[in-house]
Ligand binder design. Structure first.
Ligand SMILES: [Zn+2]
Length: 307
């Protein structure tokens, strides 16, 4: 191998020149993945044996069953079609920038076919999905909104079928700033559809504020919910700023977003917002999650689209 071994364990920061310098080719990226994948030692994915040796190209050879496992096997980088360095560049763009870019732009920037870029970006979004381990706490504002379809600028719940409905929960700091955000795609505004975001992302000890919508009433049995008048959004100012950001981000996505993968875009949006204070490590964290996630194949993503 001709590249220089990297001094640091993980890439830090958002500097693209540094990024290219530290990960200059496919081999350097493979070494990076191998370091993460086998950081706690080797376990053969075929037989579970833990003794083996690492070969020069970062593959691991199992002493028991002779299986040879690559650094990308069983991760979201499995069978990536356009080389690992380009794949790392896509992850870098999606994780470190404030808005990411479309698959069309991504394709042009790294000479990847738009469709191929799109599928790989769906894999990155899978890694950006919340682990649900850290529910929102303290003060949380919750509301619903729609994206897509025609913007009428009118208040209230929209029943336009072309629009995608969503519910958003925003955790506020003591100084009333946005701390963390979760968004969930919903099919309607019923209590049943509003419940999952509470179960997945909101601590039962949190203080929650919503508008007067009756869909939240059954949730009061489990959660401390205060229902106040929205006053055209004035009482939920920070939350509405985040909703505007989501809407403007969606307007920049030119491809049709089906209701099944709209959630992946919400996950990506929230992942970046929730880590905006930790931009130094965001690239490394994303790569880590992609190594830990099980691979997902193009036909599985396709199936999700056709439902
Ligand atoms: Zn084995």
């Amino acid at each position: 191998m001709t590249f220089k071994t990297r001094d640091r364990e993980q890439f830090e920061g958002q500097d693209i020149l540094n990024f290219i310098k530290e990960l200059p080719n496919d081999a350097a990226c493979k070494a990076y993945l191998a370091k993460i994948k086998w950081q706690d030692g080797f376990t053969c994915m075929k037989c579970g044996h833990t003794k083996g040796c690492e070969k020069v190209d970062y593959r691991y050879h199992c002493y028991n069953c002779q299986h040879v496992e690559s650094a990308t096997a069983n991760t979201l980088f499995h069978k990536v079609k356009f080389g690992l360095q380009k794949a790392f560049c896509v992850v870098f763009e999606m994780s470190t920038s404030s808005k990411s870019i479309s698959s069309i732009q991504m394709g042009k920037r790294f000479s990847i076919r738009q469709g191929t870029a799109w599928y790989f970006m769906q894999k990155v979004r899978k890694a950006m999905k919340s682990s649900q381990k850290y529910p929102l706490e303290k003060l949380i504002h919750v509301d619903e909104f729609t994206v897509g379809g025609k913007e009428e600028g009118k208040q209230g719940r929209s029943y336009d079928t072309k629009k995608k409905k969503a519910v958003i929960a925003v955790e506020l700091t003591d100084g009333n700033k946005v701390k963390r955000v979760y968004i969930r795609s919903i099919k309607d505004y019923s209590a049943k559809s509003l419940t999952p975001i509470f179960e997945e992302h909101i601590s039962t000890s949190a203080k929650i504020v919503t508008d007067k919508w009756r869909g939240y009433q059954p949730l009061k049995e489990m959660y401390d919910i205060d229902q106040i008048y929205s006053n055209n959004g004035a009482n939920f100012k920070q939350l509405h700023i985040v909703i505007m950001q989501v809407k403007s981000w969606f307007r920049a996505i030119p491809t049709h977003v089906s209701k099944w993968h709209i959630q992946a875009y919400f996950d990506e949006f929230c992942f970046r917002i929730n880590r905006s204070q930790f931009k130094t490590s965001i690239f490394h964290k994303t790569i880590n999650r992609m190594v830990e996630s099980k691979p997902i194949y193009q036909n599985q993503i396709k199936q999700m689209l056709s439902v």
